[in-house]
Design a protein around this ligand. Structure first.
Ligand code: GLN
Length: 311
């Protein structure tokens, strides 16, 4: 059993020290609404399977899931269509490029996104969510997030959603490119709408820790024993988190922290210690790879101190 008491004792100083690293990063501004947060915020929630948790720092700060949502839309698409259909639309390999790059879509045949963690791949995945309309698909995604966080008040932040929808020139160009390559079928704007909405779901560190704990427990709710996600799909999701979850800094994160993780441009990070802990972090100042500077630093510090690395 993890000694949450010793983690709790260690956290205040670790958060204080790591918060100062925020100065080296910048809050994302390409989605204008995201820039309206304190750049030196840092918060963390660590939750164990017995429902014991520790909170430290700016844990009340709401933030949108952004790319963290991609892990779970992938899982939903797998649950809806199975592996063959999903992997006919997206690959299984890291890109080494930025999360919103379109470089390899043109360079490498057959022009499908390299993986579901980059924007192009996640947009392709959004097109696979079951539902007869964008509204129905978005409802299905939101219901799933409410279920896995056990928080029925979770909702879309409509200001962030509108801000992204109005400024997503790059994602639009990626998506029309995917349409031309035959990856996207149907109405591109409708697919994008589903994508923007799941990126704009607003959470706190505690919600993210609960989502992470479910993955740490291989898809079984530790409280009820109910298998909410098939184990195989959790295995696929966690593998992508290791290889591509922190984009083109995934290798560095695997060496420094050694845990499956997924970041988002709002500064959130979801990570987990297999079988033991779910962790949610927020720190809005990002490095040039799009990951929370202070958040990564904090996770490195904790992983080293408590020997969390899987490797
Ligand atoms: N909604 C964001 C985008 O599409 C998600 C990217 C991210 O979190 N890295 O640009």
């Amino acid at each position: 059993m993890d000694d949450l008491e010793s983690i709790k004792a260690y956290l205040p100083e670790a958060v204080r020290a790591c918060r100062t690293h925020s100065e080296q990063g910048e809050v994302a501004a390409y989605i204008p609404e995201l820039s309206k947060v304190p750049s030196d915020a840092l918060g963390i929630c660590i939750l164990d399977r017995y429902d014991q948790y520790v909170l430290e720092g700016d844990v009340e700060l709401p933030f949108t899931l952004q790319s963290i949502s991609k892990v779970f839309t992938l899982i939903l698409a797998l649950m809806d269509h199975g592996e063959d259909a999903v992997f006919s639309k997206v690959g299984k390999e890291p890109t080494g490029d930025d999360f919103n790059s379109m470089l390899k879509l043109e360079l490498v045949e057959p022009g499908i996104p390299f993986n579901p963690m980059i924007n192009a791949g996640a947009i392709a995945i959004s097109s696979l969510i079951a539902g007869s309309s964008p509204q129905e698909k978005s409802e299905r995604v939101l219901t799933f997030f409410r279920q896995i966080t056990r928080n029925h008040t979770i909702d879309i932040n409509h200001d962030v959603y509108r801000s992204e929808a109005a400024s997503a020139h790059r994602n639009r160009s990626l998506s029309y490119f995917l349409k031309d390559n035959g990856v996207l079928t149907g109405d591109v704007e409708e697919v994008l709408d589903v994508y923007f909405r799941h990126c704009s779901i607003q959470v706190t560190c505690m919600d993210v820790a609960r989502m992470a704990l479910l993955l740490a427990c291989d898809g079984t709710d530790p409280a009820t024993g109910q298998q909410l996600i098939p184990r195989r799909y959790v295995q696929i999701a966690k593998t992508f988190m290791i290889t591509c979850g922190m984009y083109n800094a995934s290798g560095e994160f695997a060496i420094g922290v050694g845990l499956p993780a997924k970041s988002g441009v709002s500064g959130g990070i979801l990570t987990l210690v297999p079988g033991r802990l779910g962790i949610g972090v927020v720190g809005p100042a990002l490095n040039n790879k799009g990951n929370s500077v202070a958040g990564v630093q904090l996770l490195e510090t904790l992983s080293t101190r408590f020997e969390w690395s899987m490797f």
